[in-house]
Design a protein. Structure first.
Length: 253
């Protein structure tokens, strides 16, 4: 009996070593969507952009083999929520997302967003110095990509005015086109996105204006988001690489 028991235990241990496992040394699938200048696909299919380049340096420093894959934005969150072993770039950290995902340290901090509108309507925006006052007026409608966040502070403010927001399933280029056709009156945009966005949209830059709002004093931090099935040791290594390659951006918030 004792010999038979040892044989059974040996076979169980051998089987355990043969089971596939998720290792920090395995390639990490990193999902991204079209959102220049942060991330976009080159003509040859490779990922590029401001945050893609930063992430590439960080993953290399951490010894993580990253495989970038273009995926529609809604699909990215679905894959993370359902526990696919994937990551994605440049997401804002919100309490809702922390319920189903893990986040890296900040990898980038935006300049403060402003109100982006057609210059011909500039007089309509002149009375408002804050986003809160603009939304409370009820006179102008805001366009917003459905499913995206503008950070906890702005999200909480906008939640008070759902009837003044036009939610659209589109990318930023489509937002520009909808702005031109009067679907809404403005949308929020960080200054660093303007040049690339207008170039991608093939519209005259002089037709648009960006107005800063005093109640949005600082930009939002962007993070790498992971599903909770991604190895925690890998996430720690990437965080260490962020501190080494980029620095501690939390001190600037």
């Amino acid at each position: 009996m004792r010999a038979g028991l040892w044989k059974i235990m040996f076979r169980l241990l051998a089987a355990m070593f043969l089971l596939p496992s998720v290792s920090p040394a395995q390639p990490l699938e990193v999902l991204y969507f079209e959102y220049p200048p942060y991330y976009h696909a080159l003509p040859d299919g490779r990922a590029a952009g401001l945050i893609v380049d930063l992430a590439g340096k960080v993953f290399s420093k951490a010894g993580v083999e990253a495989e970038f894959r273009f995926v529609p934005v809604k699909r990215i969150l679905q894959d993370i929520q359902t526990g696919q072993p994937v990551a994605s770039l440049g997401w804002f950290k919100t309490p809702e997302r922390e319920e189903f995902a893990r986040f890296s340290l900040p990898i980038y901090i935006n300049r403060p967003v402003g109100v982006f509108f057609l210059r011909e309507k500039e007089e309509l925006f002149r009375p408002y110095a804050t986003l809160e006052a603009l939304m409370a007026s009820g006179k102008l409608r805001m366009g917003r990509v459905a499913g995206l966040s503008d950070g906890p502070q702005i999200d909480a403010m906008l939640a008070r005015y759902p009837d003044r927001i036009v939610q659209v399933t589109a990318d930023s280029v489509r937002l520009v086109k909808m702005l031109q056709t009067g679907r809404f009156d403005f949308f929020l945009l960080p200054p660093e996105e303007i040049d690339v966005l207008l170039q991608e949209s093939q519209v005259p830059p002089e037709d648009f204006a960006l107005k800063a709002m005093s109640d949005i004093p600082q930009g939002n931090s962007r993070h790498i988001i992971y599903s909770k099935t991604v190895d925690e040791a890998l996430i720690r290594r990437v965080d260490d690489a962020i501190l080494s390659e980029i620095g501690d951006l939390t001190a600037k918030q």
